[in-house]
Design a protein around this ligand. Structure first.
Ligand code: G4P
Length: 536
């Protein structure tokens, strides 16, 4: 039986932004619009914020940043929308990059006061690598921000993507009157309301409609001028170009005031891609392929402090997943069945009987999954393209409570399985080094080791620049490294050989002295080829 009608209903996406641009607010508003939550009156009050659907971790609440990626599903206009929330903070960028491998499109939120920020650029680079279709939401129009044309220019120049505004604002900040929908010739009047959705929309018969003058007086001319200017500068919107990742439609609004969300969501439902095909080691896997397949893009332990369990998040790529049916864990070459797979609807987790391409399911994991693992109905391929980047900050792990060394071992093992950090063990010694993207991850590690595993740890600094995975054909290729630079050689969790350079200079020297070795700053999760080739 074909799953086509189920596949066509799915839209799986992520919201990305620089911290504070309004990602969490927009997430909550989308849930509100879809009816998945009813928190009228208090979406942004601290009480609600602290129990927000997307806030899974205790530490998130304390720090007020979204650390873990959570999955939220809701129904809208006969579609099943899967929203993968991502941490905005740059120190958790890797989690976000991994999540982007599991979505089919993204909504990018920009703060109109700040414009394109550092993290926006980095996230977009990842989207560009995969040609992920992007819709842009320019937020906080209730504030005095940059000129809209300037913002559009900035988007094009800094994000290397062509843009096409589908709505255009009249005024900003105190003077903000609303947005004109260029394609529908309608105007949505700005009615700030934090607690509920209030809509006041007028439809006009094109820009020459006299009704515009009646409604806007002197501002009607400005509106006409602006919209004509936009039509003159920007190419016509093409869904095809959007789907190829070349052209981003742009919307203006104010998330906290419930303004501009409906147009964004309606357009998203209309144009965003459904489940897309994915590259695997045996070729392309299509959603409509008969056999089930999927990959793990995230692992999270102790989501619920009462149950201390570990969940692997799996993106279904083809076929149909069914509860209690045996599936093939390709890396371990084992048959497994899952009695309690979970689905995530808005705030709650529930038992799932079946899932289709585009869905994200939670599998209770006793430690058998790694990020990047593939499940199939028997075939032996692996999904490609789940990146693992070289960390940038390294610290030596020191146990500060000798009676808790087992707990520390387990905690480090589990938390590095999640990809929160990478563990490297010195090749000719037993020094354990943890590498992360940003300093904040050490705080999270320390906090979680103590609260979830009862282990206390110190992280002491070490001279380090970057880690590189080593690729070579012959053991003799690494002679110089093993004899003279053994202190800098480590093994990662997959037993790949890694060189942690002390400085840029030491890296340069190591590269010069070992010309046959390739120094890789990123590899794919579970890339067994590196290991196999090196051993050969
Ligand atoms: P993030 O997830 O991208 O980090 O951003 P988040 O939604 O937490 O929003 C960051 C701040 O921006 C919040 O204020 C939020 O209320 C505010 N905000 C979101 N949308 C709009 C908007 O359309 N207009 C204006 N003026 N502000 C907006 P906060 O003071 O940090 O939090 P809170 O006390 O309001 O909860």
């Amino acid at each position: 039986m074909s799953n086509i009608s189920e596949i066509n209903k799915r839209k799986t996406f992520a919201i990305i932004s620089h911290p504070d641009a309004g990602k969490t607010t927009l997430t909550e508003k989308l849930l509100l619009y879809s009816g998945a939550i009813q928190i009228a009156g208090a979406v942004k009050s601290n009480k609600i914020k602290k129990t927000a659907a997307s806030d899974f971790l205790e530490i998130e609440k304390q720090r007020g940043i979204s650390v873990a990626t959570s999955v939220l599903s809701f129904s809208y206009k006969d579609h099943k929308v899967n929203l993968l929330d991502t941490p905005g903070h740059k120190d958790f960028a890797e989690d976000t990059y991994r999540t982007l491998t599991a979505v089919d499109s993204v909504i990018l939120v920009i703060d109109c006061v700040k414009g394109v920020e550092e993290q926006t650029e980095k996230l977009m680079q990842v989207c560009r690598m995969r040609n992920t279709p992007v819709i842009i939401f320019i937020n906080k129009l209730d504030r005095e921000g940059k000129n809209p044309i300037e913002l559009l220019d900035e988007l094009e120049s800094k994000l290397s993507i062509r843009v096409r505004p589908l709505t255009y604002p009249l005024g900003m900040g105190y003077q903000f009157r609303g947005v004109y929908n260029i394609y529908k010739n309608s105007f949505a009047f700005y009615k700030p309301n934090k607690s509920k959705v209030e809509e006041d929309i007028s439809i006009f018969n094109g820009l020459n409609d006299k009704g515009l003058d009646e409604k806007f007086g002197g501002d009607a001319q400005k509106l006409r001028h602006d919209v004509e200017l936009i039509d003159g500068i920007y190419e016509k919107f093409s869904t095809e170009e959007y789907l190829k990742g070349n052209l981003a439609p742009v919307f203006f609004g104010s998330a906290v005031n419930n303004f501009g969300i409906r147009e964004l969501l309606d357009t998203f439902i209309e144009i965003a891609p459904g489940p897309i095909e994915r590259e695997a080691t045996n070729g392309t896997v299509k959603p409509a392929d008969k056999n089930f397949s999927g990959f793990v893009f995230k692992i999270h332990s102790n989501l619920d402090p009462k149950h201390r369990d570990r969940i692997a998040f799996l993106r279904v790529c083809s076929g149909k997943f069914e509860r209690n049916k045996f599936y093939h864990h390709v890396r371990l070459d084992r048959q497994l069945k899952f009695a309690n797979p979970a689905s995530f609807m808005a705030q709650s987790k529930s038992l799932l009987e079946e899932a289709f391409p585009g869905d994200v399911i939670g599998l209770y994991d006793s430690g058998i999954f790694n990020i990047g693992d593939t499940l199939t109905e028997g075939e032996s391929f692996m999904f490609k393209g789940i990146p693992r980047f070289s960390p940038e900050v390294f610290r030596i792990v020191r146990n500060t409570d000798p009676f808790k060394s087992k707990q520390l071992e387990k905690g480090i093992q589990y938390l590095t399985d999640e990809g929160l950090a990478q563990l490297f063990v010195q090749n000719f010694g037993n020094k354990k080094v943890v590498g992360v993207v940003g300093e904040l991850q050490f705080d999270v590690l320390k906090y979680r080791l103590l609260h979830e595993y009862g282990a206390s740890v110190e992280f002491s600094p070490m001279a380090s620049y970057k880690a590189f995975w080593l690729k070579y054909n012959n053991k003799s290729d690494i002679d110089e490294l093993t004899k003279l630079r053994f202190n800098s050689l480590y093994n990662d969790k997959n037993d790949n050989l890694v060189f942690i350079a002390e400085s840029e200079f030491s890296l340069k020297m190591a590269m010069e002295k070992n010309p046959k070795v390739k120094f890789l700053s990123s590899i794919e999760h579970n890339d067994q080829t590196l290991l196999m080739e090196n051993v050969a």
